[in-house]
Design a protein. Structure first.
Length: 356
């Protein structure tokens, strides 16, 4: 029998009747616990094996549906509520129909391979990634609980993932045409998207207290997704965004037409924050693009447009990176390097040719 460490915990590895056995001792790897394992636990296991008791324990193997609930509970402390909800939807759509009623130990490598290929006929490699992550986590948790011996997902190669979030930024002229076509009560929403690079969830999560017109700053402190208010996407996404001169009139005009008692910058007819940007896209974004005969692109392209527009006009890459909430400028350069020009101009000055 061999005592090994995995993830800072002690495991016992040995063979019996030609079968490879791995058993978690459920102990942290410390000198004291190693002594306990060597002097007490291992001799007890060896005795049970010799008496035929060790392998007679019957383990009830749960179905995927049963164990998925437990797996979700295990990880809920380190995931956002929106992530948990997203995983539940993904599981119901892509995993449950194939494996839901099966026992965890009844699925082998070939089953995963067939499922993987079937799913790729319906979804992209990028969409496949979180689906595989969920299934992989279920198997990993089951191994840690000693319900199964191996993870079949690990033996099926991940599909090659290309960048499916294509960056198709709008031109400056298209941006101005879109803003002119949008109803004035929501025009500021799109102006903020195009001229700050903020994410859509961050924009609908804005409160008037977050906007400091005197110091020309928007404080990004929250995001709203699926009706749930939470912190922005990453630690670096919690940031102060500069209000460039061209954006200022849009915000001031929106303040005038907004209710004096409004908490959120953008509210529904019921005076509440939007739960998602889907309705904004449906009622304002899509009709504007259709009216202007522009190729449809999702709202996220406002963020790409901001970055490409600013970088291509020589704005400081570090400033753009901070505006986007990237960890560092290398991330920004990696994504938008083809727009870089060696010019040095005042931020947003090129927008002076247009009227707010």
């Amino acid at each position: 029998m061999k005592l090994i460490t995995r993830g800072g915990r002690l495991y016992l590895h040995f063979s019996h009747d030609g079968k490879y056995i791995r058993k978690s001792l459920k102990l942290e790897d410390t000198p004291q616990n190693r002594k306990i394992a060597t002097k007490q636990i291992i001799p007890k296991i060896q005795y049970d094996i010799s008496m035929g008791k060790f392998f007679n324990k019957k383990i009830q193997i749960p179905t995927f549906n049963e164990y998925f609930k437990k797996s979700m509970t295990i990880h809920e402390h380190r995931r956002k509520t929106t992530t948990q909800q997203s995983y539940e939807r993904i599981y119901e759509l892509h995993i449950q129909p194939y494996f839901g009623e099966k026992k965890l130990d009844s699925v082998n490598v070939s089953d995963i391979g067939i499922w993987n290929n079937m799913l790729l006929k319906k979804v992209s490699p990028k969409t496949m990634k979180p689906i595989r992550t969920i299934l992989n986590t279920i198997f990993t948790d089951a191994i840690n609980d000693e319900l199964i011996q191996k993870n079949p997902v690990a033996f099926v190669q991940s599909p090659i993932s290309y960048d499916t979030r294509l960056k198709k930024p709008f031109t400056e002229e298209e941006v101005m045409s879109i803003l002119s076509s949008i109803n004035r009560k929501m025009r500021c929403y799109f102006a903020i998207g195009f001229f700050t690079g903020m994410r859509t969830g961050e924009i609908i999560g804005l409160k008037w207290d977050d906007i400091d017109l005197d110091n020309k700053i928007i404080k990004v402190r929250r995001s709203i997704r699926q009706g749930i208010e939470s912190l922005p996407k990453t630690k670096n996404s919690i940031r102060d965004v500069e209000i460039i001169d061209f954006l200022m009139p849009f915000i001031k005009k929106h303040r005038k037409i907004s209710s004096i008692d409004s908490t959120y910058v953008f509210e529904t007819k019921n005076g509440k924050a939007f739960t998602t940007s889907d309705k904004i896209a449906y009622w304002y974004w899509k009709p504007a693009l259709k009216k202007l005969n522009l190729e449809y692109r999702n709202l996220y392209q406002m963020r790409h447009t901001f970055a490409s527009m600013m970088i291509s006009h020589g704005e400081d890459i570090l400033w753009v990176s901070n505006m986007l909430g990237h960890k560092d400028s290398s991330t920004t350069l990696q994504v938008y390097s083809r727009y870089v020009r060696s010019k040095d101009r005042k931020r947003g000055i090129f927008l002076g040719q247009y009227k707010s």
